[in-house]
Design a protein around this ligand. Structure first.
Ligand code: PBG
Length: 330
């Protein structure tokens, strides 16, 4: 009780503040998303994600070496697929010589210790821009899960350490786990996007991969029949518990900042590592406000990353990973 207890005593200097700080950010917290394109010598800036790039395989090699030198030891790979290779079933996703499969090998050759996770969903490969197969105006569940299992197997065969299904089909974790077990990939992990919301914060990402749902009759314009309603909380726990029962090694909440209540609930409810994805729109907002001189870029970036970890994230997928690590290294 005041004045016996004066809370400000623990805030009087940076030394005491750092001594009692509850949340410390380090390079170990991060998973670095990387966008890969065909070609050589390509490093293209993504228009709606300033200072974030798509890399061709040769430059991807340099990028992962740089990440490694900064202490960043895990990457999450996404590929931008040429339109000519897209179809409804995402056939190209299963090509053992496809861009993703080559990207996995490139990272492993450049940096054998780097943990490689791969995005598993049909959208970058889908002529309709959906995470699953479209039939009669609907996204079909079980047939999609079968393709995702084949895709996961193909990534595991190419050397992926973890597959990360981001599609939100029901039962896909079990289908993928069984496929991996059947083929002897018992140590290939699954990081499930388990509470993934139908969020408007993914816009810049869909620009990065040219993967937005197309505007055509009989093609749903949004992902609301599979991604979660932002209004729901109990459902996030249910989704996450089911994914763990089906074999998810790591679960994820996505997006980050607007969903930190969900992060804390899930962290309290489950006993597997919890990842949070600070998504493209969250990145773009900070960049845009900082460009206008309205926010202090580094301070807001670090505050948001700290808030995500404080809320309960064991792992943070973030486009800011490199910037944060450089900042905290001083
Ligand atoms: C694809 C996928 C998306 C993101 C990660 N994997 C987009 C979507 O679901 O439409 C979003 C990542 C971001 O916005 O940074 N299934």
């Amino acid at each position: 009780m005041y004045p016996i207890r004066r809370n400000r005593r623990l805030r009087t200097s940076e030394a005491i503040r750092s001594l009692v700080r509850e949340t410390i950010i380090s390079p170990n917290d991060f998973l670095v998303p990387l966008f890969v394109v065909e070609g050589t010598g390509v490093k293209e800036e993504i228009a709606s994600m300033p200072n974030y790039y798509r890399y061709s395989l040769d430059l991807l090699e340099q990028e992962v070496k740089e990440l490694w030198s900064l202490g960043l030891k895990s990457v999450l790979l996404f590929v931008k697929v040429p339109d000519a290779l897209k179809d409804n079933k995402g056939t190209e996703a299963l090509n053992s010589e496809g861009l993703m499969q080559r990207a996995i090998k490139t990272v492993k050759n450049a940096c054998p210790g780097m943990l490689v996770m791969t995005d598993v969903a049909l959208d970058p490969y889908s002529s309709f821009g959906h995470d699953g197969i479209v039939q009669n105006g609907k996204i079909v569940n079980d047939d999609t899960a079968e393709v995702l299992a084949e895709m996961s197997l193909s990534h595991a065969q190419a050397g992926a350490d973890f597959v990360a299904p981001s599609d939100m089909m029901d039962g896909r974790i079990l289908t993928i786990r069984e496929a991996l077990e059947d083929e002897g990939f018992t140590n290939t992990g699954i990081m499930s996007y388990s509470a993934k919301y139908a969020s408007a914060f993914y816009g810049p990402f869909r620009d990065a991969l040219d993967s937005a749902p197309v505007d055509m009759v009989d093609v749903p314009k949004d992902k609301k029949t599979y991604q979660m309603d932002p209004a729901n909380r109990d459902e996030a726990i249910r989704e996450t518990e089911m994914d763990i029962d089906e074999g998810a090694d790591i679960v994820m909440v996505k997006p980050g900042i607007a969903y930190l209540d969900i992060v804390r609930e899930i962290r309290n409810a489950v006993e597997v590592p919890v990842a949070v994805y600070q998504v493209s729109g969250e990145y773009a907002m900070i960049k845009a406000a900082a460009e206008k001189g309205w926010l202090d870029h580094d301070a807001v970036m670090l505050e948001q990353i700290t808030a995500i970890k404080r809320a309960g994230a064991h792992i943070i997928a973030s486009y800011f990973a490199k910037d944060v690590v450089r900042l905290i290294a001083g």
